[in-house]
Write a protein that binds this ligand. Structure first.
Ligand code: RIB
Length: 306
């Protein structure tokens, strides 16, 4: 397949706090550790896709500040080509990440900063790049109209389109019909469909509703239960790969989506690309951080070879 993987999304600096529990309102508690590192779903996905072997372009807007420098060096190290604008009148965003020490689970607040000003004219300036993609992927951390416009351009250009609807939001009418693949996790699938998603069977029912709303295929990621692939003709469950102790689940969905996009760009069957994505995510959760936890192609292949 010709053309790069093009990702529209957000970079933020992740400020990650490990503690036994979240503080209550009005309370201060002592944490166990703090780490500053690169994050943002679009950026994490671009790093995962590039490290998995993809030719990746990252479209976003940054400020001109120290966090922007982290973004640029992260992409340079991973081999991601930045297709960005840097603005003076806003800041590069940040995320507060609470990591529960016992489980590695997380709770996040993200302030996208300059990326929160990405609008339709900005996307239109990137139209040639988006239309020429082999695979185009976006999420919902930048404003919704920009995501919709980019999906329209990608679809018209003939790219494979992926929407990772994270964080959960109400999707405008017709948006899912622009998607070859929609890839929510359990809570995002629940928010979009209004159905409970706690088992593979419940995920199938939610996926069916996503198809009814226009998506060609739905992939629902299910944490330690793996992921479900569901389209009009087949439904397959892909389990996670046992790798080791889970240290941090933040960014696992991004690992999955990034490697999945690389698999599709290489012409893999979608379920094979899902296995590639699940292997990438299974390794990433055994390491701290989001973008820094993304494995190399060799590591993914070694796990798949088993
Ligand atoms: O998906 C994980 C990411 O979500 C974190 O890196 C954080 O920045 C938020 O965007």
């Amino acid at each position: 397949m010709s053309g790069p993987i093009v990702i529209l999304g957000v970079f933020v600096a992740d400020t990650a706090y490990r503690a036994e529990r979240m503080p209550k309102m009005g309370e201060t508690i002592l944490g166990n550790s703090f780490k500053l590192g690169p994050g943002g779903k679009g950026s994490n996905q671009s790093v995962a896709a590039a490290k998995a072997g993809g030719d990746v372009r990252m479209i976003t807007r940054l400020g001109k500040d120290a966090f922007a420098d982290i973004a640029l060096s992260t992409w340079s190290d991973a081999g991601v080509v930045p297709e960005i604008e840097q603005v003076e009148d806003s800041y590069t965003g940040a995320a507060y990440i609470f990591i529960e020490e016992a489980t590695g689970n997380n709770a996040i607040i993200i302030s996208p900063g300059a990326a929160g000003t990405i609008d339709v004219p900005f996307v239109d300036r990137k139209a040639d790049l988006i239309a020429g993609a082999s695979v185009f992927m976006t999420q919902l951390e930048q404003p919704m109209p920009a995501a919709v416009r980019a999906l329209e351009i990608a679809r018209e250009g003939g790219a494979i389109t992926i929407l990772n609807p994270a964080p959960a939001a109400e999707l405008p009418e017709g948006m899912l019909a622009l998607c070859d693949y929609v890839t929510p996790n359990e809570s995002e699938a629940e928010a979009i469909t209004g159905l409970p998603v706690t088992t593979v069977e419940e995920a199938q029912a939610a996926a069916e509703m996503l198809l009814a709303r226009g998506a060609k295929a739905a992939i629902i990621t299910l944490g330690e239960k793996g992921a479900l692939y569901h389209d009009a003709t087949r439904s397959e469950h892909v389990p996670v790969f046992p790798v080791g102790k889970v240290v941090e689940t933040t960014g696992a969905g991004d690992a999955f989506n990034g490697a999945f996009a690389t698999g599709l760009a290489e012409g893999m069957d979608p379920v094979e690309a899902m296995r590639f994505g699940c292997a990438c995510a299974s390794i990433s959760v055994t390491r701290p951080g989001t973008a820094p936890s993304m494995p190399s192609r060799d590591e993914i292949e070694a796990l798949l070879a088993g």
